[in-house]
Design a protein around this ligand. Structure first.
Ligand code: CP
Ligand code: NVA
Length: 327
């Protein structure tokens, strides 16, 4: 691997101070949507989907275009990757042709293998284990509404063993938040994820709680989040899952346990009447549309920042990124 290349494969691939810089840059670039031309040329970014997408696809496509580049979007089943050609050989070709590789796939190990063989930055656009780009957008949104991250109480309810739960634990701990994750027994985060979050929280002053009691997670929370009970790839378990998580629905009663000024996050797509009621999703505490828009701003900042840190951006871009990342 090219020693300088920076990838973004999990939420912990940014150190706490780096996370702060990327979020500063995102806020700065949001005010100046076309100022940073990190992909001028236009350079091409590969955006590859093994699972379907709306937000990730459009936010990366729009973001790459706004950075002066060209997004080459590959839909599920459209490339040789994974069935006719190995990940390593694919990386060997792509790194010669494109400036960034953005990949939504199943196994985290596949993404890691791509990064191992790529001299251009590889970005996780969702795996079975993590959704770190979503968390950059979520943290940017919380910062906009609450003015800070460190010390805030963040509660996540529902399928606590999925990619969003893992990313809330890691990214929340990285931002110095008091993260509480609640789900039923058997659907809680793996020990290795909890330990990684606790280790990071020990550095940032954050806190990590994993519980089966939704009210313990919700008590006084400043931010309340949930996600679908049926993640991509779990469609055959739909009927069991619709009853399994019933006690963890985000509704008016559960939200009333949180702080009265709590904001509600949902990465979307949402299933009204399942993990969240329409009353809450469409209610005054919901910031889900800001959150969806912030995918664009956060990912633009991330792409520019990774290119600069990897020594793959021109001097003008590097100067703008250095200016924008200061708070
Ligand atoms: N939140 C999110 O990643 O949405 P998509 O699956 O539509 O990309
Ligand atoms: N947990 C969900 C997130 C979708 C953005 C899934 O993996 O399908």
């Amino acid at each position: 691997m090219r020693s300088m290349t920076r990838h973004f494969l999990t939420d912990l691939d940014l150190g706490p101070e780096e996370l702060d810089r990327v979020l500063n840059l995102a806020a700065w670039m949001k005010q100046r949507p076309y100022a940073v031309k990190a992909l001028a040329g236009p350079q091409t970014a590969a955006v590859i989907f093994d699972k379907t997408s709306t937000r990730t696809r459009f936010s990366f496509s729009a973001g790459i275009a706004a950075l002066g580049g060209h997004p080459e979007v590959i839909n599920p089943g459209d490339s040789q990757l994974g069935h006719k050609e190995s990940i390593a050989d694919t990386a060997g070709v792509l790194e010669r042709v494109v400036s960034l590789i953005i990949w939504r796939t199943y196994a985290q190990s596949g993404l890691e293998e791509m990064a191992e063989h790529s001299q251009v930055p590889v970005i996780n656009a969702l795996t079975d284990d993590y959704h770190p780009c979503q968390l950059l957008a979520d943290l940017l949104t919380v910062r906009e509404h609450k003015g800070r991250l460190s010390g805030l109480k963040l509660a996540y309810l529902g399928d606590a063993a999925n990619n969003m739960a893992n990313s809330y634990l890691l990214a929340g701990a990285n931002a110095g938040m008091d993260v509480r994750v609640a789900g039923p027994q058997g659907h809680l985060p793996q020990e290795r994820i909890i330990r990684a979050a606790e280790d990071r929280a020990a550095v940032t002053g954050g806190k990590v709680t994993v519980t089966t009691d939704p009210d313990t997670a919700l008590g006084g929370a400043d931010v309340v989040a949930t996600d679908t009970w049926i993640s991509m790839g779990q469609e055959d378990q739909k009927s069991q899952r619709m009853t399994l998580f019933g006690d963890y629905q985000l509704n008016a009663r559960s939200l009333s346990q949180a702080d009265e000024n709590a904001v509600v996050l949902h990465c979307l797509p949402a299933y009204r009447g399942a993990e969240i009621t329409a009353e809450v999703l469409d209610g005054p505490q919901s910031v889900v549309w800001d959150e969806a828009e912030n995918r664009l701003h956060a990912q633009k900042a991330l792409m520019a920042w990774l290119l600069v840190e990897s020594g793959l951006a021109d001097e003008t871009t590097a100067q703008l990124v250095r200016e924008g990342e200061q708070r």
